[in-house]
Each structure stands twice: as structure tokens, then as C-alpha cells.
Design a protein around this ligand. Sequence first.
Ligand code: GDP
Ligand code: GDP
Length: 439
Amino acid sequence: MPVTVAVLGRPNVGKSSLFNRLVGRRIALVDDTPGVTRDRKEGFQSYGGRRIRFIDTAGLEEAAPTTLAGRMTASSEAALQEADLALFVVDARAGLTPSDRAFAEWLRRAPVPVLLVANKAEGKGGATAAMEAYELGLGDPVAVSAEHGEGFGGLIGAILERLPEADAEEDEHDPDRPLRLAIIGRPNAGKSTLLNTLLGEERMITGPEPGLTRDAVSVEFRDAEGRVRVVDTAGLRKKARVEEKLEKMSTGASIEALRDCEVAVLVVDALLGMDEQDLRIARLAEREGRAVVVAFNKWDAVEDRSATRRRLDDVLMASLAQSKGVAVVPMSAATGKGVEKLMPAVRKTYAFWNKRVPTGALNRWFEGALSRHPTPLVEGKRIKLRYATQTKARPPTLLVFGTRAEQLPEDYRRYLVNSFRDVFDLPGVPIRLQARGTT
Ligand code: GDP
Ligand code: GDP
């Protein structure tokens, strides 16, 4: 079920123009003459993984009865009935009219959240002009220019914040919800041993023989900050019985655990070094969009620690593009030494993974990034990026819009992602970038 956003406001404030921008297609007619758009227009677009149905009410008001109240309620009310969020559009250039104030009065009693949008706020004086809309008592106005495509990053962010949560995401807002941790790595790296140490008691049986780990899907413990659930310990249990199958099975189990977790601890056997199998598992974590912390285990048995550390770091750096700066914890799961540093590193990475960058800072970064390194030409035509918005966290996901943005080459995408990671200091977290072309 998509959520529904209704675009409301008096005639000529720019509802159709706004709707066109949001939906990304030219469906509604735009004209200077009030009342040119006739029928109610609907369009769908996805933002931040949410499918949104937009309703444009432009042109609906004029046909209605002559009284102000009658005009506003007849058709807008119908749209509002279906909406999860109302965008109330005012004209920042024209300033507030009695009609706007009456509309606002009516919307204050609306059963859905209202987002105030001050349109036609392009250029230098735009933001100041938009300020007047505060008077309406509907909260902070979002200043945009539908015609020039300005301010849409902030607008989309504000829309996403006010939408009701999708069902599947619901429990993510329970403050006492446990952090979901996966312990991944190849067989014999010391995953079960680490889990036992974390649990602080011999709740699971480990040993050199395969198949001994207690049968469980998840277990919980508490660290300094709260509950932690270790997911899919059944994956830990699935120790292979046949040597040749070892590799395949551990990867399979890791995939299951990764789907279910927020942060993955990749346990590496420091005695053996990082090999292709470790890297494959780490890349899976990146691909699934999980935050990663690396444990260099069996540190107690490592002879030349600084050389080993250097060797492991080098492989990590060279192989995991997205995990630049990933937290690394040398430890001995067996003796417990160093294990106390693991959960603080996990919590820190988890916070990065959850990070939401404020719109202002995001815009400044975006402008800076574009000016330091202009967008490339594709087939002789320049890609013009207009705005960026962070559509979600967990992991941080950026959406950039612009002409031919969908053709943005991979190296430029990587440049933007790395620049974003550096500026907002988000090591060890995959960052996603979506690019959407606009008309
Ligand atoms: P609606 O009646 O609320 O749907 O308004 P329209 O989208 O039809 O726009 C009304 C007029 O305002 C048209 O002439 C648009 O070109 C113009 N308009 C829309 N958005 C902007 C904007 O951001 N800046 C300026 N300057 N004009 C705009
Ligand atoms: P898993 O297959 O990844 O769950 O690995 P286990 O936890 O079963 O450990 C595999 C083997 O490595 C066992 O013999 C453990 O005793 C040993 N081991 C685990 N952690 C350490 C450690 O920190 N130091 C040393 N020296 N051995 C360890």
C-alpha cells in the first residue's frame, strides 16, 4: 500500500508545478490562468524506499461554491480524506492572502499532519519571503521553487519524516529494541568462542568438533548501552561435517545472518590472515547494507603483532572500498582480552549507520562537492545535478536529482559517496547513492 500525499492550497500558488516535480513527469497542466488544470491528478513516485501516491488538487477549488469556506472544503476535503500527509502550498512571492489564512485555519483541524510549503521562493530573497508563512501556525515552512527545482532535497526529507511508518519498519522505533548483531566469518575463526565470551557464560558449547554449538536462532545479552540480540546463531551452529563444504556453508549462513542484522562483526583468524573467503563475507555485508566491525581474533597466539596488524590492515584497505576506516578490534575471544573493546566499536558504527545529516549541511556538502569536481560529460552532454537529499538512514542513502542524473558514471558516484563519507565521518558504513533524472 502506498502512502498518499495531497497537495493543497489556493489557486495559482504552484500546486501543479510542485506536483509535476515530485512525481517527475509532466502530467498536470500548468498555466497562468487560474483554473486551467481540471481533473484531479494523481501520480506515483518512490522516495527513500517508500512508494508515494501524490494527489494534485489544482483546479478543484474554482468550480466549488462561492464562499471561501465552501470552496476549500468541497474538494480539498475529499483529497484530505485519502491522505496520510497534506502539503499546504503558499506563494512566497505574493505573500499570505485571506484565503491562505482561512485554509490554514481549516487545516489546523485536519486529521493528518500538514507540511507547509512556501513555493516560488527561488533566488536570494526566497528564504526570507518564505518566513512570512510561519504566521500560519503550521510549523516551519519548507522553502522551494517548483519552477526552478530548488529546495526539493529538503522538501522530500520533510515529507519522509512526516509519513506514517511502513509496517515492517515499525519496531525500529521502539527505544528498547535490541541492537541486532551478527557474528560472521569463516569456520573456526572463533565466532562461537566470541559469542560465549560476550554472553559471559558458557551458554553455547564450542569446541574443535563441528556441530556442537547449541541450537538457537538468537540469543540476547546486555552491554553498557542496552540490549543486544545476536541473530541467527543457528548459522554458527551449522558447522560443516564435510571439509569440502566448509566454505560454501559458512557463506550461506552468513547471508542469512546478514539479512537479519544491523551490525555485522566479521571475525578473522589473525593466525591465518584475511583470505578470499573473509573478503567475500565482508563484501556480502556491504552489499546487504550492513555496518561492519572487524575482529582480528586469536591475537593471543600471534607472534609478531605489529607486522600482522599491518598485513591485515593492508588487505582490508585494499579490498573493502565501502568500509574505508572500518573499526578493527584485535582480540582473543578465548581469553577475553580485547573483547571489551568490541561492543563500544559496534555501538559507534551503529550510530554512523543510523546517521541523518541535516538538510543545510547536506546542501553545503553537495554544492562543495560539485564545485570541487564538476559532473562529467556523457555523450557530449553535461550531467547537471540539482539537488541531493538523504532519503533514509540504516544505511545512509542519498538521492541526487538532475538532468541525465541516471547516467551518472560509476566513478563519479564513488566520488560523491567517498566525499560524503569523509565530510560526515562515516567509517565502516556502506553509503548508498541513487540518481534520478529529472525533466
Ligand atoms: P496551481 O494553480 O496551484 O496548480 O498553480 P500552477 O502550478 O498552475 O502555477 C501557477 C503559476 O505559478 C504558473 O504560472 C507557474 O508557472 C507559476 N509558478 C509555479 N511555481 C513557481 C515558482 O516556483 N516560482 C515562480 N516564480 N513561479 C511559479
Ligand atoms: P567458529 O567456527 O568460528 O565458531 O570457531 P570456534 O569458536 O568454534 O573456534 C574455533 C577454534 O579456534 C577453537 O578450537 C577455539 O578454541 C579456537 N579459538 C577461538 N578463539 C580463539 C582465540 O582467541 N585464541 C586462540 N588461540 N584460539 C581461539
